[in-house]
Design a protein around this ligand. Structure first.
Ligand code: SF4
Length: 277
C-alpha cells in the first residue's frame, strides 16, 4: 500500500541554501527530500559516468583547496590532483591571486542563526576577513560553463550566505556585527579563473534578504500540500522523476538552458562527508 506523504516539518528544522533552493525550484522536491527523506540517488544526469566523474572531482577539488588554505604544502597536494581536470583546476587555483594578504581565513566554516521558529545554516568554503574593515566570502565552483552573474545573484546561496554572515558573523569580527557594506561574496570558477563573479552587499539588500528568508520559511512551515513544479524543465535533472511521473531518463536535452542544467547538477556539499587525506 502506498504510504501518504508527510506534510509537516520536523521540530527544530534547520534550513540551508540547498533546501530553500529546492523549495523555490519545486515544493514537492523539498517535501520528498527533506520531509520524506527519500534517498537521493547517485545517478541524476546523462551521460551518467561523465557527470559522476565531474561531481567526484568537484568534491575532491574543494577538499584540496581546504587543505591548502589550512597550510598543507601545495607540492604535496598537487600530487593528489591526479586527473587532467583536477590538475587543470589546481593549477588555475594556484595561479590565481586572491589578494588575501593581511586577512584572517576560516575554511569550511559552518554558521547558523535562528530564523523564525527554525534555524538557518550555511557551510562556507572560505571566509576571509580583516576585522572591522572587509569580509570576503569565497565559494569555489567547478561548473563546466560560466553562468550569468544575474543568475548567480538571484540564487538562494548568494542571498543566504551574505545575509547569514551579517546575522551570525560577529564572533569572527572581534565581537562587532559585520556590516553589509563590509561584505562581498566571490564565486571563483575553476574553469574560468580570471572571471570571478563578485557580489558586494548593502544594508537595504540585507534587510530585504532577511525579510524574504523569514517569509519563505514561514510559508514552508504553514504548507500542508507541496505541489509539483509547473516548470517541467526543472524535472530534467531531478532524481525523483519516476516518482513524480515526469520521465525516466535523466536530462540530456539540448533545449535545457545552461543555468537549469547547472542547478540540476549542483553538488550539495552540505551533505557530503569529509575526505581523509
Ligand atoms: S521530478 Fe519534477 S515535480 Fe518531481 S520533485 Fe523533481 S522537480 Fe519536482
Amino acid at each position: 500500500m502506498v504510504q501518504p506523504l508527510k506534510t509537516n516539518l520536523p521540530e527544530a528544522f534547520t534550513f540551508s541554501q540547498s533546501s530553500l533552493q529546492d523549495y523555490v525550484d519545486c515544493p514537492r522536491r523539498f517535501q520528498l527530500r527533506y520531509i520524506e527523506k527519500l534517498a537521493w540517488p547517485a545517478v541524476e544526469t546523462e551521460p551518467v559516468l561523465e557527470n559522476e566523474r565531474r561531481q567526484k572531482e568537484g568534491q575532491f577539488f574543494h577538499r584540496l583547496v581546504q587543505q591548502h588554505r589550512l597550510g598543507l604544502p601545495s607540492a604535496r597536494l598537487r600530487r593528489l590532483a591526479s586527473t587532467p581536470t583536477l590538475g587543470r583546476w589546481w593549477d588555475s587555483y594556484l595561479g590565481s591571486n586572491f589578494h588575501l594578504e593581511g586577512f584572517t581565513e576560516h575554511s569550511e566554516l559552518s554558521l547558523s542563526a535562528p530564523l523564525g521558529p527554525y534555524r538557518l545554516l550555511a557551510k562556507y568554503d572560505l571566509i576571509a576577513l580583516k576585522p572591522k574593515e572587509k569580509v570576503l566570502i569565497y565559494d569555489w565552483k567547478t561548473y563546466h560553463q560560466r553562468p550569468k552573474d544575474e543568475w548567480m545573484a538571484a540564487r538562494l546561496q548568494t542571498r543566504v550566505y551574505r545575509a547569514l554572515l551579517v546575522e551570525a558573523g560577529a564572533s569572527l569580527n572581534a565581537g562587532s556585527p559585520i556590516l553589509p557594506e563590509q561584505l562581498e561574496m566571490v564565486y571563483w570558477y575553476a574553469e574560468f579563473p580570471t572571471e570571478p563573479a563578485r557580489f558586494p552587499y548593502t544594508s537595504p539588500q540585507h534587510h530585504r534578504d532577511w525579510e524574504y528568508l523569514s517569509g519563505l520559511v514561514g510559508e514552508i512551515g504553514r504548507h500542508s500540500h507541496f505541489d509539483l513544479t509547473t516548470d517541467e524543465k526543472k524535472c530534467a535533472y531531478c532524481p525523483y522523476r519516476s516518482y513524480c511521473n515526469r520521465g525516466i531518463q535523466a536530462g540530456s536535452d539540448a533545449e535545457i538552458d545552461l543555468e537549469t542544467e547547472l542547478a540540476g547538477i549542483e553538488i550539495n556539499y552540505e551533505q557530503i562527508p569529509e575526505i581523509e587525506f
